[in-house]
Design a protein around this ligand. Structure first.
Ligand SMILES: Cc1ncc(COP(=O)(O)O)c(C=O)c1O
Length: 347
């Protein structure tokens, strides 16, 4: 099967497995695991922050970040389909007691004006305090879209003016950095806390990081323990992270180029794809114009040996390129997907 369901579908390469096998380990709860310590140092630098904390998943990373930044009853502002709002089971409310203020906007990118309109000034007794702005880059639900540096900086400036705390859900921030051709630190340094996922485009079996100032990371380490995420010989998995940061970052450009080629091939074959929306490793396909329901479309694709997946949009599926997808897979997908969906080539 050509598995384009998600960039989480990768399995560790032989080289990554060798790095895992050779890992030096220790008790990471006591910060005695040299490989975890190395990963945390490298990740902090990469993300333009002073310190980073290794955690098992990007969901845990986000939830820790929000709890560090807010108090129960505070509000977190984010795009309405952001991962923290639609895919973490209400975690911001459950773990941090936060109220959620969703913003509607194209491509997952909101504006300074939207923040100003949403911002509530508390009266101390009745009105909840707007405390956190959360940015997702790249933005999953909109199809891996990238915040342009000037848009991001304008939102950050407004956030600072309003004394808001800034969270970056940077699960795929390295995709954003590679797509823009800038160091990830150029994006990450603007935020109070940045999270990064290792088990998406970077190809690790698990792992994520929360990064910020040493003061905030003291709190993050306490919460990691509270959430049951403090581990023991975690260098076994951190070694995959160290390997990935060395070998799998620049190559994200290959995933982006393959997604672009896939999108163009599908478009030429009459599959409804909006080419201008393909900015990183996601291609969204609208099956409604083909007269198909998404479940039906997925079934037909599976019969042809291609895996796509649902999105939050009721008629759109997505194909995601990753480390385990090569040029040949893309050639075959360009043949098989239009056939499965009954698309007619454009004249
Ligand atoms: C933007 C974003 N943030 C966070 C996560 C959470 O990652 P995980 O499910 O590995 O915890 C995801 C997963 O898809 C995501 O897309």
């Amino acid at each position: 099967m050509i598995d384009l369901r998600s960039d989480t579908k990768t399995t560790p390469s032989p080289e990554m497995r060798a790095a895992i096998a050779a890992a030096e380990v220790g008790d990471e709860q006591r910060r005695e695991d040299p490989t975890v310590n190395e990963l945390e140092e490298r990740a902090a630098e990469l993300l333009g922050q002073e310190e980073a904390v290794f955690v098992p998943t990007a969901t845990m990373a986000n939830e820790i970040a929000l709890r560090v930044l807010g108090e129960p009853g505070d509000e977190v502002v984010a795009e309405e389909n952001s991962h923290i709002f639609v895919a973490e089971l209400g975690g911001p409310a459950v773990h941090a007691g936060l109220m959620t203020r969703p913003l509607r906007c194209p491509a997952g990118r909101f504006t300074p004006e939207q923040i100003r309109e949403t911002f509530r000034r508390t009266d101390g007794t009745h009105v909840p305090q707007t405390k956190i702005v959360s940015v997702e880059n790249t933005h999953n639900a909109s199809g891996g879209r990238v915040w342009q540096p000037d848009e991001l900086e304008a939102v950050v400036r407004t956030g600072r003016e309003l004394e808001l705390r800034l969270h970056l859900d940077g699960a795929r921030v390295l995709n954003a950095a590679v797509a823009l051709g800038v160091p990830a630190a150029e994006i990450g340094r603007h935020f109070d806390i940045v999270t990064l996922c290792l088990s998406k485009g970077l190809g690790c079996p698990l792992g994520a990081l929360v990064a910020g100032s040493p003061q905030l990371m003291v709190k993050a380490r306490r919460l990691k323990h509270l959430f049951g995420g403090a581990m023991r010989q975690a260098g076994i998995v951190a070694a995959a992270g160290v390997y990935a940061l060395e070998h799998n970052v620049d190559r994200l450009a290959e995933d982006h180029a393959r997604a672009r080629r896939l999108a163009e091939g599908l478009y030429d074959a009459g599959v409804p794809v909006q080419l201008e929306q393909v900015e990183t490793n996601f291609v969204q396909v609208d099956v409604a114009p083909l007269g198909l329901r998404p479940e039906e479309a997925l079934e037909r694709l599976a019969q042809q040996g291609v895996g796509l997946s649902m999105t939050v949009h009721p008629t759109r599926l997505r194909a995601v390129t990753h480390l385990d997808i090569d040029d040949e897979d893309i050639d075959r997908a360009i043949e098989l997907i239009p056939r499965a969906l009954g698309a007619l080539a454009r004249a």
